[in-house]
Design a protein around this ligand. Structure first.
Ligand code: COA
Length: 371
């Protein structure tokens, strides 16, 4: 059975950056307006006053300093506090497919081979533009790729689930190469009026080309892939096509991202650390021999704790790659951004780990070896 290789990656950064200071200024302006508008009800104890957010808290609790967004105007307007993304006619490419194509073009250029070698496109992301037709098919058409394409959603774990799916297709001989894209406009699912989570996410798109090892030049051997899911309500988004059947719930906060952050932290850290260590052991890899960890970019404290548990010591600078200070949590794309931006200095045979985790709960590990 053919082995699979990560042959190339691509990254698209949206045009706008949004700092914590800008986010907090908008949030606090919203809080001041809300409290002023509800002053009497608050004084009578009928409505709870809102409390402001702070840059210091955000940086300390999450490590996030800034994020990229596809639209900024709506996000810095306390009257709006959601991205302003006009509808496009069906004759135009949708915005999620557009940013996926931008990342894919970069990966294809780095790969240097014709797209006719690609037999499948997988769009693996947390939120799709629409129910159907699939984003992946739109990307496939925009790039002139034959074969088949489909969307899959495993929330923040989508990329590793996508890489495993691609590697399995290659192993079974279904296709010779797969393009996997992770377009994330997370600003669309984030509740910018929620103090606990308004700072968590950012927008981005990444792309990965997975190819048959016997046809690949360079790249990264995929040594092993493993997936795990375990049901939890602690990260949830109840937005869906049946919402219109219950219009009374349309404006409830659960139609956007909601989480029990503390519980997620407590439960996901051991689940993911144990999974990495067990998968490494089964592959005959000593975790301390991993030159680099490219983890899902959730939260600095969570990532550092997983890094320490896996390596059995404090990771050296750059060993446990952190990009969330610049990008925030970009859901499925986080571990791929880290891999894309920080895979230099590897000699043939050096090992690394791509790992993602998130809602579901879900987690995926992809051990790679430089060719
Ligand atoms: N600004 C200022 N203070 C804030 C605040 C904000 N935006 N949000 C919360 N606080 C306050 C709280 O009111 C609380 O105050 P108190 O101690 O006086 O009660 C304090 O900060 C701690 O709040 P808490 O919610 O317990 O913070 P935390 O340290 O758990 O950090 C998260 C919150 C969400 C950053 C953290 O739990 C987390 O990252 N968890 C993992 C979640 C995750 O990564 N999910 C995605 C996985 S894919």
């Amino acid at each position: 059975m053919p082995d699979a290789v990560i042959a190339a990656t691509g990254l698209y950064n949206p045009p706008f950056t949004l700092s914590n200071a800008e986010l907090v200024e908008t949030f606090n302006a919203y809080v001041a307006r809300f409290n002023a508008a509800n002053a009497e009800a608050i004084a009578a104890g009928e409505v709870e006053a809102l409390i402001g957010s702070s840059v210091e808290f955000i940086e300390k609790a999450s490590g996030i300093k800034s994020r990229y967004v596809v639209d900024k105007t709506g996000l810095v307007d306390p009257e709006v506090m959601r991205p302003s993304i006009p509808e496009r006619p069906d004759s135009e490419i949708s915005i999620l497919a557009e940013i996926a194509v931008a990342a894919a073009r970069q990966a294809i250029e780095a790969w240097g081979k014709p797209v006719s070698r690609i037999g499948a496109v997988i769009c693996a992301a947390s939120n799709m533009q629409r129910a159907y037709p699939a984003m992946a098919i739109e990307v496939q058409q925009a790039l002139g790729i034959d074969g088949f394409a489909f969307d899959m959603n495993v929330a923040c774990s989508s990329a590793t689930f996508g890489i495993k799916t691609a590697a399995d297709y290659i192993a079974t001989g279904s296709v010779d190469a797969v393009l996997m894209v992770n377009p994330e406009i997370t600003s669309g699912h984030l509740n910018f009026r929620d103090r606990d989570s308004h700072f968590i996410f950012g927008d981005v798109a990444t792309a990965v080309i997975v190819e048959r090892a016997d046809e690949a030049e360079g790249g990264w051997d995929i040594l092993g892939t493993r997936l795990k899911t375990q049901f939890s309500n602690n990260i949830r988004n109840n937005f869906g096509f049946l919402n219109r059947g219950a219009p009374e719930g349309a404006d409830k906060a659960d139609k956007l991202f909601v989480q029990e952050g503390r519980k997620v932290f407590r439960e996901v850290v051991p689940m993911v650390s144990d999974m990495i260590v067990e998968h490494a052991r089964d592959l005959g890899v000593e975790p301390t021999s991993l030159k680099r960890l490219w983890l899902h970019q959730a939260n600095i404290n969570m990532n550092e704790m997983i890094g320490r548990r896996v390596l059995g010591r404090d990771p050296a600078p750059g060993e446990n790659v952190i990009i969330l200070d610049e990008y925030a949590n970009t859901s499925s794309a986080g571990s791929i951004i880290a891999f894309h931006k920080a895979n230099d200095g590897f000699a043939a045979g050096d090992l690394g780990l791509i790992c993602s985790f998130g809602a579901g709960y879900s987690a995926g590990t992809v051990f790679v070896r430089k060719r």
